[in-house]
Design a protein around this ligand. Sequence first.
Ligand SMILES: [Zn+2]
Length: 435
Amino acid sequence: MMKYLNIFLLLLGVYSVDISSTEHVNYKGHQVWRVIPKSKEVLAILRDMEDAFELDFWSDPVATGRPVDFRIEPKFALEIQDHLEMNGIFDYTVYISDIQDLINEQKSSRKAWTATEKAVASSLDTFVYSQYHPAEEVYEWMELVVAEYGSFVSKEQFGVTYQGRPLYVLKFHKPSSSGNPKPTIFVDALIHCREWISTASLLFIFKEMLRNPKYTHMIDEVDWYFVPMINIDGYVETWLGDRLWRKTRSTGPGSLCTGVDGNRNWDNHWSYPGASGIPCSYTYYGPMPASESEIRHLQNYIMGVGKGNIGAYVTTHSYTQLILYAYGWTEELPPENEELNATSKLMHDAIKAVHGKYYTYGPSAITIYVSSGDTADWTYEEMGIVHSYTFELRDEGRYGFLLPPDQIIPNGEEYLAGLEVLSNFVRDDYEGSGF
Ligand SMILES: [Zn+2]
């Protein structure tokens, strides 16, 4: 009976689990090393080191010439050094010398800020965009938007997380001056919860789209759906326990490890190469397609918006500065490759013009590596949204997932420039064809 009551409460979204047992993970002495593999042999050596030395790959060993970043534990440092040199790999560099120092810097910058200003500002203007915000403050930001722009912005709950937290989407549906229907863009963030910049940059971007006369045309011309946080359980964990947590927080019966990689769990070529069947792996695809509450609810919601009703889909990650489109699961080119490549180049150019940052672009599997069951393949293949993009934001590895808060606004400014290009493209495409 208790079980059914719990399920009932879970469906209602009022169930919450005790997270006080969260353990604080300390990364003192942990480092991030980088190797740029010049051959397939070096790639294989790096891959084989994952289990032996408990490496956490921040960027995977899958393509020659592409930097491989991995976190190492201090107890393995000398052994790893020996192992690399024994295998003829001498050009490794220590990219981050102490991960905990960076985590502490992020924390102290927030502390200095909360001491002088209110933890949650009372309006969209005084909300502090140059800081990272925990889940409850992101929820409050959504409230601020709806309070002020309730005439055309609404907040809708589309499900609950594994631990029972509400999942929300903000809908920006401003009636057009002509009264004609408008095209739609769907944007999400934080499927990988350690990628804090994904949510932080988008809070800034949507504020700009509402407030800055230069960008309000984006909301006038296009309807937007914005999911600021997908993996909220994991996000809470990154604030209270393990800053580098990536997966969801679900636990399967008898499983030794917590969590599923949300970006391998979508119901498209699920469990194909480019994802792992091992529950403890960082890229575990889960016990079944869309097994994760967050993914299942988001899939259902997007299906509810309907095929043919979404002009573009953008899912936000970090890091390495990339614009990726279909396919992830195969190295085949999508039929619309030329158009997708041209649009990506325009976004790349607009981004570069803001702060000079380069975002590499191309089909996902070819540009980085094969990955199956990811968001953009699902929206592309199952929903027929040709313009489905994965954005990997800053940086190129200097700070990796621990991007300092003073880069949130600059990163937001360049991502906004990219989204403006997409917004204009979707507008013109819609006017030309009405889809
Ligand atoms: Zn990611």
